[in-house]
Design a binder for this molecule. Structure first.
Ligand code: FES
Length: 238
């Protein structure tokens, strides 16, 4: 973690502690819609050929960007069927999570921006990571989950990204995937997405990295799926 990132993480914690638990989350949940269609994007491999369900092994998470070129997501093969379920929000609203895709219906995708205070996988490090079923978190003892070590929020990829524990009150936003003739497309975002908050929080970093905020906000029609470790130097697990 470099100095600037460390300062940012500490600032986030300090700001968060000034408000009651769930303050931001309940505002977000009441004001935002729970589904938004974005530009349809084809998932491709690094050689730009289509990414298929066979390209992700069970108990694996890979990284891609959607719907914007700067907003990271995880595609996960949970290794077991992920059934449709209703996802409940703290304001009483609910939405329908459609379950997994692929032959075993085990493949799902989520925004990798933590809905608590927007920790995300950067090139330097990631505090929000997938723990496959054969790897237990040291702090929560959980496996088969996405856990954010900024303040220990745990999300269940098998139930629409619902919060299992921790300060986050909003589930991880789910990336809608569809399979057409063996190709996989991302088509929209289900749940309370945090993209505008992310752009505000990391504005200067995004301008540095992409050469302007408008560039960072460009929507993709093709997105490369890559190994997390190839993009993120350090996956910080806890
Ligand atoms: S940013 Fe607080 S738990 Fe993820």
């Amino acid at each position: 973690m470099n100095r600037r990132d460390l300062i940012k993480t500490c600032s986030l914690m300090a700001v968060g502690s000034m408000f009651s638990k769930g303050f931001f989350d309940s505002i977000l949940a009441s004001e935002k819609e729970t589904y938004k269609a974005y530009q349809k994007a084809l998932l491709v491999k690094e050689d730009l050929t289509p990414f298929t369900v066979k390209d992700i092994s069970p108990n694996t998470a890979l990284l891609f960007y959607y719907p914007y070129r700067s907003t990271p997501c995880y595609i996960i093969n949970t290794g077991e069927e992920v059934k449709p379920t209703k996802v409940k929000l703290s304001n009483g609203k609910e939405y329908e999570f459609k379950g997994g895709i692929g032959q075993k219906k085990s493949i799902v995708a989520y925004s990798a921006i933590c809905p608590h205070q927007w920790s995300y996988p950067s090139k330097d490090f990631s505090l929000i990571n997938y723990y496959p079923s054969n790897e237990k978190s040291q702090t929560t003892g959980k496996s088969g989950v996405i856990q954010c070590c900024a303040h220990i929020s745990v999300f269940d990829p098998k139930s629409g990204g619902q919060v299992l524990e921790g300060p986050a009150e909003v589930p991880l936003a789910c990336i809608e995937l569809i399979e057409e003739e063996g190709k996989i497309y991302a088509t929209g975002v289900l749940g309370i997405n945090q993209f505008e908050e992310f752009f505000d929080m990391y504005k200067s970093d995004l301008i540095d990295q992409y050469g302007g905020l408008e560039k960072a906000k460009e929507q993709l029609d093709k997105t490369v799926v890559m190994e997390v470790g190839k993009y993120v130097k350090e996956q910080i697990k806890c």
